[in-house]
Design a protein around this ligand. Structure first.
Ligand code: DGJ
Length: 723
């Protein structure tokens, strides 16, 4: 709910309150963000009391020598008026100066979330309200609109901004954040999720120190190096207690999250498009939309904060027919065959998988003409007739006849030099004039700023999807951007952003007419795992690393800011990582996601085949609990390398699944307990396997002892059902 009273705006969600106000000089002051406050109080008294100017402080206006922008908690700031913290905007104004000072003009409160023209955004007609604050520069007709969409039930507020150029000269936007917020420091620590290829999502915590910490990406995508999601937590916050602010961005390009601890002990948090190589020209009368930033606060620890993120993304970012719908158990042939397959081999794999209860067969890389390794064929859409004599349509038909769904891999944004596309249109790929473009995995990036390239992708991918009756698409993207240049642009500073807008246009044109297709995004695993991609594709292949031990960290880390239902996770063959683990262990970890297989089922033993049938049945029984339940992290792989545990609780608390894993077991550790969370304290639960009944409270406080858990790489599932 959004309330306005005498220049004070109060935004309430079920458990949080956000307050801002208009100051006497028309700046927007941030007053409060945190636990929900009692109603009916005059919150303007929480505003900053003017302070005595000290030493080098700059006076904003001669009429009030105590008003200094540097001391204020602001919702937005300009440049050159005495606020020396990083500004959310850096604009070369019509006269060539950077100075700008945005003052409140008016506001509106609308039902729902207004949609953007160029970028994906969250949506809801009946479950959100939006505050739009219009600001204008003190002297020039340059306006900024700040949007605050309030999602009460999810405890989420989103923020974005729009810049409008009313001057008769072009503006140059060098930096324009989606949000900026200042809060008093409470010994905050910043939590980020870092890594790289095959090691995504590693959690890092550090206490804030004076200065600026930047969590950003320059790869062209949201990146596997530093995920866009990050957290600010109080120093004593744990999974179950304490204050945590979570931030994420509905954007798939270069992101920039910055946290500044100022000399006045104020913390400024910003999130938006990375200003790196950014210079956007905004002509007279034009608008520039920033991506939408997600903010959520929990006073009850990180688990609650993650659940809020999960609910929000599942309900208000993911769209289409697969939203909140159980995903099919799949088998993907990549780790089973790599490029070495043919029609009979695929059919044998699919037949065997079908017998095991697998529902979707996915043909990965290697199906185009000339694609026998990663040096050739990308960019072409002719089918490799030697491998697939009946074509894709023939394969798809046979798979469907078996009663399975058919899925197909694409990597539409890329091209090999050894391809018909490159030979015909070398100008389609990214090249810096006068330089040979840099290769990565033997491929170049297509220039999605060019309409002809977008057309080529939409037409060819669309044609195959329709001709071959495809039910699932894995949309891969196996390299970072280099040679960022497009001859179509007046300012190369627009390149990275325009590329992403081009990608979104392509996805829209392919996705919207085919809502029945389940899309999974992938970028060598989690190189582009962000809510922007989840808007088009409800799931993302978390990592190319399918080793279960490594996956514990990757999936655990990813779960902080992104939903379990969006995390692609599959069972690998026993020895793929050189670490031998049991099928049960691999499957239990893969179950905490969309679930499937990356192995050759024709090479499994009779025992393994029997086990997989049971595992699939078990997964289907637990799937609603896993994909729609509340997720709780219990024992972290980042705290101890030995034991990891997490659990799922159904929304009505009638059932729960606790999953526990050893990595390297501790010798002679005879009492290991796990303390479940989120149960109904007064309800009686049966602990399956143990044939005992205990109250939720007892289970949560006394814990469950894990018997026979003394070996490396063991897993244990404890299923609890309300009696
Ligand atoms: C990278 C993906 O993450 C893999 O799963 C596989 O699809 C390969 N690309 C294919 O080239």
């Amino acid at each position: 709910m959004i309330l306005h009273d005498q220049g004070v705006f109060r935004l309430d969600t079920d458990h949080t309150t956000y307050v801002l106000r208009i100051t006497q000089f028309s700046h927007l002051e941030h007053v409060y963000y945190g636990r929900r406050l009692p109603e009916g109080e005059d919150l303007s008294v929480l505003a900053h009391r003017n302070s005595i100017m000290t030493g080098t402080s700059v006076m904003y206006d001669e009429s009030d020598e105590t008003y200094c922008l540097d001391n204020l908690c602001l919702e937005w700031s300009g440049i050159g008026m005495g606020d020396y913290r990083m500004s959310p905007c850096e604009i070369v104004m019509p006269g060539g100066a950077y100075g700008c000072d945005f003052l409140y003009q008016d506001h509106s409160i609308v039902e729902g979330t207004p949609q953007m023209q160029t970028l994906p955004s969250s949506s809801s007609l009946s479950e959100s309200q939006t505050l739009v604050l219009s600001l204008r520069d003190r002297t020039l007709d340059v306006r900024v609109e700040l949007y605050y969409a309030v999602y009460e039930a999810c405890d989420v507020i989103t923020r974005r901004c729009v810049v409008i150029n009313g001057e008769d000269k072009t503006l140059s936007l060098r930096r324009i954040m989606s949000m900026s917020i200042d809060m008093p420091d409470r010994n905050f620590s910043l939590v980020t999720f870092d890594g790289g290829w095959i090691k995504e999502g590693n959690r890092h915590d550090r206490a804030l120190a004076p200065g600026i910490y930047i969590n950003s990406s320059t790869t062209g995508w949201s990146s596997n190096r530093h995920n866009a999601g990050f957290i600010l937590r109080a120093d004593d916050t744990t999974e179950d207690r304490g204050d945590a602010y979570g931030f994420n961005l509905i954007y798939s390009g270069n992101h920039y999250g910055a946290v500044e601890l100022s000399n006045h002990s104020l913390v400024r948090v910003q999130l938006g498009i990375n200003p790196h190589c950014f210079d956007y020209l905004l002509n007279t009368g034009n608008r520039f939309e920033t991506p939408e930033a997600i903010m959520t606060f929990s006073g009850d620890g990180l688990n609650r904060m993650s659940q809020q993120f999960h609910d929000f993304v599942n309900r208000h970012v993911v769209r289409g027919e697969w939203k909140e719908r159980g995903r099919p158990v799949l088998t993907n042939n990549w780790e089973a065959t790599f490029f070495r397959f043919n029609h009979p081999k695929l059919m044998a794999t699919a037949r065997r998988a079908k017998k095991l209860g697998v529902e979707l067969f996915v043909l990965d890389d290697g199906w185009f003409k000339g694609r026998d390794d990663d040096t050739a064929g990308l960019g072409d859409y002719a089918v490799n007739k030697r491998k697939l004599p009946f074509g894709l349509a023939g394969l798809s038909r046979r798979i469907h006849r078996m009663g399975m769904m058919f899925g197909l891999w694409f990597e539409p944004e890329m091209v090999n030099r050894n391809s018909d596309l490159f030979r015909a249109h070398p100008e389609y790929c990214l090249t810096t004039p006068g330089r040979a473009p840099a290769l990565s995995r033997n491929q170049l990036v297509l220039n999605l700023c060019l309409p002809a390239v977008r057309e080529y992708i939409v037409e060819n991918v669309g044609r195959i999807l329709d001709e071959c009756s495809v039910d699932y698409v894995k949309w891969d993207c196996n390299r970072h951007i280099s040679d960022a240049f497009s001859p179509s642009l007046d300012s190369q500073g627009e390149f990275f952003h325009r590329y992403i807008i081009g990608l979104y246009e392509v996805l829209d044109r392919i996705f919207t007419p085919r809502p029945h297709i389940l899309f999974e995004s992938c970028s060598g695993g989690g190189g582009r795992f962000d809510p922007g991609m989840l808007y088009y594709m409800p799931q993302t292949w978390c990592s190319d690393n399918t080793d279960p031990v490594d996956r514990l960290k990757i999936q655990y880390g990813t779960s902080l800011c992104l939903p379990i239902a969006s995390m692609g996770s599959h069972v690998q063959a026993a020895r793929n990582a050189g670490r031998v683990t049991s099928l049960a262990y691999r499957a239990d970890i893969a179950m905490a996601g969309t679930f499937g297989y990356e192995l050759d089922p024709t090479k499994l033993s009779a025992d393994e085949l029997d086990d997989i049938k049971d595992i699939n049945e078990q997964f289907r029984a637990w799937q609603p609990l896993i994909q729609q339940g509340d997720f709780y992290r219990l024992l972290s792989p980042f705290d101890s390398s030995q034991y990891v545990a997490w659990m799922f609780v159904s929304p009505d608390k009638s059932e729960a699944l606790v999953q526990c894993f050893t990595v390297l077991a501790e010798p002679n550790r005879w009492d290991l307990r796990v303390y479940p969370r989120g149960l109904d304290p007064d309800a009686l639960y049966e602990v399956e396997d143990w044939a005992v009944e205990l109250h939720g409270d007892t289970i949560m406080h006394a814990g469950l002892r894990l018997q026979m858990f003394g070996w490396d790489f063991m897993s244990r599932n404890l299923y609890l059902k309300r009696v």
